[in-house]
Design a protein around this ligand. Structure first.
Ligand SMILES: [Zn+2]
Length: 98
């Protein structure tokens, strides 16, 4: 699934949606076609965002206090909020801190 390029998802989605529109018995597949198009667009957006992120990852990593594991804080892995090292639950989202 990971090897399918985003444009292929959109192409398959368009074909499925068009065929489904032409064949009354396949009306349900219009939703499947739209789903493929949505997945394709999402993959396209994500891949363009990922290439943008890789250039910024290093500066973010050194600058962001969120990723730093301070001995006095426990960073919530769900929402990223900082909590006291003694806290068992996140003060922001209430998720259990492990
Ligand atoms: Zn949280």
């Amino acid at each position: 699934m990971a090897d399918i390029p985003p444009i292929a998802w959109i192409g398959i989605g368009l074909i499925v949606a068009v065929v489904a529109m032409l064949v009354p018995a396949l009306t349900i597949f219009i939703a499947v076609g739209i789903l493929f198009i949505v997945v394709g667009v999402a993959k396209m957006v994500r891949s363009s965002a990922a290439t943008k992120e890789t250039t910024n990852t290093h500066s973010y990593h050194t600058a962001s206090p969120r990723n730093e594991a301070s001995p006095n804080t426990r960073v919530c892995f769900v929402c990223g909020a900082k909590n006291s090292a003694l806290a068992n639950f996140c003060g922001h989202c209430g998720h259990r801190l492990s």
